[in-house]
Design a protein around this ligand. Structure first.
Ligand SMILES: [Zn+2]
Length: 97
């Protein structure tokens, strides 16, 4: 199965997902300094009313998660889109942080 990486309809005006507090044994993601790509697309994002905002980004045949926390912007490593979508689901479930 191929990951669905189509941008969410009306996503620019949509209230984003609220990430729950992580579970006790949540996976610890390695966050690296962000490196923006020339051709990247932000596909999904969590609600900006929270202090930490996550964005699912695709570009160059891969995908990754970007994390905004106050003035700090970090990212996961680039990965296969299927892996990025799976990680995105874990973040939204509070199972990865
Ligand atoms: Zn909100």
């Amino acid at each position: 199965m191929t990951a669905d990486l189509t941008p969410a309809q009306g996503a620019t005006t949509e209230h984003g997902h609220h990430v729950p507090h992580p579970v006790n044994n949540a996976d610890k993601i390695r966050w690296w300094p962000a490196q923006r790509e020339q051709r990247e697309r932000e596909l999904r994002w969590t609600c900006s009313c929270r202090s930490v905002v996550y964005v699912l980004v695709a570009g160059g045949g891969g995908a990754w998660i970007r994390r905004f926390h106050s003035s700090e912007t970090t990212e996961t490593v680039r990965m296969h889109p299927d892996a990025a979508v799976a990680l995105w689901a874990k973040i939204l479930a509070g199972e990865a942080v």
